[in-house]
Ligand binder design. Structure first.
Ligand SMILES: [Zn+2]
Ligand SMILES: [Zn+2]
Ligand SMILES: [Zn+2]
Length: 508
């Protein structure tokens, strides 16, 4: 870009910014929208209208149209969980994830405040459908399920040599590449995670493993119940069948998938062993006294060591059966605030990461062409480029057709959700959103505020007596001008500073 065009652009942005504040009333409304959208960096522009109808009387209680808004559109947050796509929305998602994870450890699931929570019921309590916390006395662990090796890779070892040579003569693989590496890689080194020999590495096996990690977990849960049945007599004193054990114990969990630098998925799982209430299967009750942390740990270890998934046949040298790696890390989690805060923070951090944060060069979302050109990207490390090509090669094979790998090139074959949980683990993201809406409704203060009447585009029905009928279409994505975007960033920064000052007890 030449200096002149750069200057002209700056002038245009300044002009847009001045135009935005020219009319006080219009600016106030627009800034209100930006705040409502949580200072999202690429909000959805909605055009349309809504009415709130009293279902008892048929009377229209409130009407709203976006025509009254600045530019004729309403801005709604993009709600993307990924830090690399929209930092403010990711921050909100991370906060929600924190509540979901922590909610399973303590009963503070919906209480406001992070980490410094004092255990009081927050304003949101009561909107969670009653599944907001793990009962005291249920054993809980944080387990990390790893992938097996798909060939030796370069590693950062705290200043130590990557791979020491064995013997005096340097040994090489069948492709003539050395089997050792004298380098001392730093953690940020682009080499870390790359195979010593890309031809020796089982890239197809790695892609297939990523593609089946969801199924491997699903079967692991089944195996955990088998293991519980096998181990229960030793602690409970009575023999019990697999069916019988499901009437006594329930495994609840929340999990987050994390990509390692070598481009393979790990699962971080918060697992809790609950009891079962025979009269009300939805109730979360403490596990019987004989089912403690040791039993849960042993059952997870037992299951992880035995479970497997047969992989589609690709060729003779590709991995045929997916199993967990031999490193299974299981740590007990106490049902205390401090432990809840620690593990929830740990998992919530991963929840907003994408494969692109761990594996350099990959895009945060699926490219328009599905990833066909990824291998040509110059910033992509050679082994990652080779992995994307492997996904595309496998996607064309008849044996892999049902995996729809063509849609998962940018995630190196991983097809699942980054964050998921079992139904009764804790409160849900939906419950948190609903609690937030209820909070907004309770705070109705502006007559022209569509959300105050429950007619906003993402409003839930305000209560059983009213129905919202809306007609919305997407008018665009992002801010209309670069000037608006700059203002939104400024407003977001001011908002964060004000909140921080509030937290520190300073008045603003
Ligand atoms: Zn956003
Ligand atoms: Zn190395
Ligand atoms: Zn080799």
């Amino acid at each position: 870009m030449t200096q002149t065009t750069q200057m002209m652009q700056t002038q245009t942005v300044l002009g847009q910014m001045i135009a935005r504040v020219a009319d006080d009333e219009q600016y106030r409304r627009w800034a209100g929208q930006v705040e409502r959208a949580g200072h999202c960096v690429r909000p959805v522009q909605l055009a349309g209208s809504a009415v709130t109808v009293n279902t008892g009387t048929g009377e229209v209680e409130a009407t709203y149209t976006s025509r009254d808004e600045p530019g004729g559109v309403l801005l709604v947050a993009c709600k993307d969980r990924r830090e690399s796509v929209c930092p403010p929305c990711a921050a909100r998602y991370r906060a929600d994830a924190w509540h979901v994870f922590a909610g399973g450890v303590t009963r503070a699931g919906l209480a406001d405040g992070h980490g410094d929570d004092d255990g009081d019921d927050g304003p949101d309590d009561g909107h969670d459908g009653g599944h907001d916390g793990g009962p005291a006395g249920s054993p809980m662990v944080l387990a990390t399920f790893t992938a097996p090796s798909f060939g030796a890779v370069h590693a950062a070892r705290d200043g130590k040599v990557c791979r020491a040579a064995r013997g005096r003569r340097e040994r090489t693989c069948e492709h003539g590449r050395p089997l050792s590496c004298p380098a001392r890689h730093a953690a940020g080194d682009g080499m870390v995670g790359a195979p010593l020999c890309v031809d020796c590495a089982d890239l197809a096996g790695q892609v297939l493993w990523n593609a089946h990690v969801g199924e491997l977990w699903r079967r692991t849960v089944i195996y955990v119940y088998r293991a519980l049945a096998a181990l229960a007599p030793a602690v409970g004193g009575q023999p019990v069948t697999v069916r019988g054990v499901r009437q006594l114990l329930r495994l609840s969990y929340a999990k987050v998938a994390e990509f390692q630098k070598r481009g393979v998925v790990h699962l971080h799982v918060l697992a809790r062993l609950d009891g079962v209430c025979p009269d009300d299967p939805d109730r979360v009750v403490p596990a019987p006294a004989w089912a403690g942390t040791d039993l849960l740990t042993a059952a997870l270890m037992h299951a992880a060591g035995r479970v497997s998934v047969a992989l589609p046949v690709v060729d003779a040298r590709t991995l045929a059966v997916a199993r967990w790696g031999t490193q299974l890390d299981v740590r007990p989690v106490a049902p205390r605030q401090v432990d809840a805060a620690r593990v929830a923070g740990y998992l919530a951090k991963y929840a907003t990461k994408t494969v692109s944060d761990s594996v350099s060069g990959l895009p945060a979302s699926r490219p328009a062409d599905g990833g066909a050109d990824l291998a040509q990207t110059r910033t992509l490390p050679a082994h990652v480029a080779a992995l994307t090509q492997t996904v595309r090669r496998l996607a064309r094979l008849a044996t892999c057709r049902t995996l729809r790998l063509g849609r998962h090139v940018h995630t190196l074959g991983f097809r699942g959700h980054v964050t998921s949980k079992s139904r009764r683990y804790s409160t849900t993201f939906a419950a948190l959103r609903q609690a937030r809406r209820a909070w907004r409704l309770a705070q109705r203060h502006r007559a022209d505020d569509p959300w105050a009447h429950g007619t906003g585009p993402d409003s839930a029905e305000p209560d059983g007596a009213r129905a919202v009928v809306g007609d919305w279409r997407i008018a665009g994505i992002g801010y209309r001008t670069l000037g608006d975007r700059v203002w939104a960033e400024v407003l977001g920064r001011e908002h964060r500073q004000a909140r921080q000052a509030q937290r520190l007890g300073l008045t603003t």
